[in-house]
Design a protein around this ligand. Structure first.
Ligand code: SAM
Ligand code: SF4
Length: 331
């Protein structure tokens, strides 16, 4: 039984935070152009990465003190962290909605052990269904394995399995309808994500963002859609009128959902970030390794979230791209 009565994890704008995103590694087996540089990044030494015990402790404090009820594992690529099912098993005991975002490359092998360990939901990132383009976008020739990974996740009973597509003008926007058909055929929800300025090469341009509205218009012209009710969640969703599933759009740039944001992020080396675009972090690893008690950790988490800004401000003159790439934050 928890020792404390949970209190809401509030910021000064009244947003209650319930969703903790945990990056379990900065490493990755792909080099997506919109995320990592071609040559990769210098990986963090093992000693700088939180241990499973440390991750579990932060997660437990977040659940017990603040009623965090949703945890998503991410990275880097979470499946390259050795013994990942062991961490899943530990976190599954916290009785939260436990999910993972992965590039799917090793999911054909890992879907079964992760499911057995207690992972319920999985999002697989996939930005092209064309082998040559997939290889150019990820700088690795792994399309077949990712598709096999999606099939394995469906076969193992992950529910739902979602496929995340970062849609970029002139890069893969001609595959929007192909992706919709892919989702309908496989019974997975495809969600189109607007390209954000979090790339290592700092090459992001507003002109490369395909607005979610345009994506949905194009899909609707091929497969008629009906909008689904929209709550506080980032994805807007539509149902195919013929009953063959749903499709979503995450419009972080053109229609930011910052006013409803309930997320907080822990990097692989234990820095807590109140926003994907934060320029400041709270060093939980120093507390964990310095003998801090649970109340000290909870106080640091509360202070970090209390200082959260109103929104990311992409497109405004004050916007500053954070020094971390998406792979070093945890998407
Ligand atoms: N490696 C895993 C993966 O790719 O799913 C998990 C980490 S990855 C950083 C998390 C998500 O961020 C992926 O869906 C990826 O496509 C997305 N992402 C990375 N860079 C992005 C960017 N610049 N704009 C939008 N989404 C991005
Ligand atoms: Fe790796 Fe995911 Fe970044 Fe692609 S988006 S380089 S798979 S961390």
């Amino acid at each position: 039984m928890p020792r404390v009565t949970p209190r809401p994890l509030l910021d000064t704008y009244g947003r209650v935070h319930r969703d903790l995103r945990i990056s379990v590694t900065d490493r990755c087996n792909l080099r997506c152009t919109y995320c990592m540089p071609a040559g990769g990044l210098a990986w963090l030494p093992r000693s700088e990465i939180l241990t499973f015990e440390e991750i579990e402790r932060v997660a437990r404090v977040a659940v017990e003190h603040f009623g965090i009820d949703s945890i998503r594992l991410t990275g880097g690529e979470p499946t390259v962290r050795a013994q990942l099912p062991e961490l899943v098993e530990r976190l599954a005991r916290l009785d939260v909605d436990l999910a993972m975002t992965t590039n799917g490359v090793t999911l054909d092998r890992l879907a079964a052990p992760l499911r057995a360990a207690g992972l319920r939901r999985v999002n697989v990132s996939l930005d092209s269904l064309r082998p040559d383009r997939f290889a150019a976008l990820t700088r690795r020739d792994e399309l077949d394995r990712v598709v096999a990974g999606i099939d394995a996740a469906v076969a193992e009973g992950f529910d739902p399995v979602k496929v995340n597509v970062v849609c970029m003008e002139g890069v893969n926007d001609d595959e929007i309808v192909d992706f919709a058909a892919f989702g309908r055929d496989r019974g997975v929800e495809v969600r189109f994500i607007e390209y954000m300025p979090l790339d290592a090469d700092h090459a992001w341009q507003r002109a490369a963002v395909v607005p979610g509205e345009r994506i949905i218009e194009r899909i609707g012209a091929a497969f008629p859609l009906d909008p689904l009710p929209h709550g506080s969640e980032p994805a807007r969703r539509w149902a195919y009128r013929d009953g063959r599933g749903t499709v979503g759009a995450i419009t972080s740039v053109t229609e930011p959902f910052c006013t409803a944001c309930d997320r907080v992020r822990l990097t692989a080396e234990g820095q807590l970030r109140a926003c994907l675009f934060s320029l400041e972090e709270t060093d939980l690893r120093a507390l964990l390794r310095g003998g801090a008690g649970d109340d000290d950790l909870a106080a640091a988490i509360a202070t970090c979230v209390a200082g959260k800004w109103a929104g990311h401000g992409i497109g405004t003159v004050t916007f500053v791209q954070p020094p971390r790439t998406m792979s070093r934050i945890g998407g």
